[in-house]
Design a binder for this molecule. Structure first.
Ligand code: ATP
Ligand code: MG
Length: 282
């Protein structure tokens, strides 16, 4: 992995100093300092505006992978080189001599850029458990630096990157670093998947607050019907439309075949910042 590109994570000795007013108050680090300002890695690399996003959700198992895949599918349909990233995957099995994770496989299947799995999923953990627990079982400490460096490698090889988070927005990755810190350090616009079920209104509003508290922008949300029939689903969606302060990008019904293509039929991403206009090269 190359480390000499502009914007690639610098060794700690070279990290920028945080200045507040005239006072030097500390040194920005890419991990273990969640209170520091976001590190706009791609912007720092001097790249032109491009579509990339961080997909989070109100919970685990509510459709983040389905939505991330749908976004990738839509990007590919626009004729751009799109790559998914599941930086931390917990729950892997060995098939044909290689480690596999369902989320990672679905994202790979929906994109059209082939990258080594060591980049698209730098932390592929065997145990289907909370990531910091699954990592500890393998004697691994999840760290921001390999993830950010991998993101830059992927971004350099593609036009658009879709990063799927893990579980909800604030899942611990190590003792001092969680998925919200990761989103902040990637400095990506956030898309929130709301799994429509009882309790989702509060989960969604709390997540939106946490996203704003990190200085990130919630660019849109998608309602996903994870349950066959939720009572008052329309009313829940309306309550969130009124309160979330970001556009509803779509509502995905309970699908008989929950594929990227099927889900993509129900989302409209055209209004998102830097969404690509159609290229006819594919
Ligand atoms: N609208 C839907 N219709 C039918 N099945 C769905 C729908 N949304 C999600 N599912 C199914 O629910 C399960 C969980 O969805 P998904 O894997 O996308 O959730 P997730 O939020 O990414 O979960 P995790 O936290 O494990 O990453 C999957 O089996 C998926 O196919
Ligand atoms: Mg997933």
């Amino acid at each position: 992995m190359s480390t000499d590109k502009p914007g690639v994570i610098a060794p700690k000795a070279d990290l920028p100093t945080v200045v507040v007013g005239e006072s030097v108050v500390g040194v920005a680090v890419v991990d273990h300092e969640p209170q520091t300002a976001p590190q706009p890695v791609a912007a720092a690399a001097g790249w032109p505006p491009r579509f990339s996003c961080f997909v989070t959700g109100t919970d685990t198992e509510i459709g983040k992978t389905l939505v991330s895949s749908a976004i990738l599918h839509s990007l590919v349909r626009q004729g751009v080189r799109a790559c998914g990233m599941k930086p931390v995957a917990a729950g892997a099995e060995i098939r044909d001599g290689a480690l596999h994770n369902d989320d990672a496989d679905m994202l790979i299947g929906a994109g059209n850029v082939t990258m080594p799995q060591s980049l698209t999923t730098p932390y592929m953990l065997m145990e289907p458990a909370a990531p910091h627990i699954a990592a500890a079982l393998e004697g691994v400490t999840i760290d921001a630096v390999p993830i950010l460096a991998a993101y830059l490698e992927i971004a350099a090889a593609s036009d658009a990157v879709v990063v799927e988070g893990v579980g909800g927005f604030c899942v611990p990755l190590n003792d001092h670093f969680d998925t919200a810190d990761l989103a902040q350090q990637l400095d990506l616009p956030v898309i929130l998947v709301v799994g429509l079920r009882l309790g989702c209104i509060s989960h969604a509003l709390l997540t939106a607050e946490a996203i704003a508290a990190r200085g990130l922008t919630l660019v849109g949300w998608i309602a996903n019907e994870v349950q066959a029939e939720m009572a008052f689903a329309d009313e829940n969606v309306a309550a969130l439309q009124q309160r979330l302060g970001a556009p509803l990008l779509g509502r995905i019904p309970r699908l008989a075949q929950p594929t990227a293509a099927a889900a993509a039929e129900y989302v409209n991403l055209a209004g998102l910042p830097n969404w690509p206009t159609r290229r006819n090269n594919q």
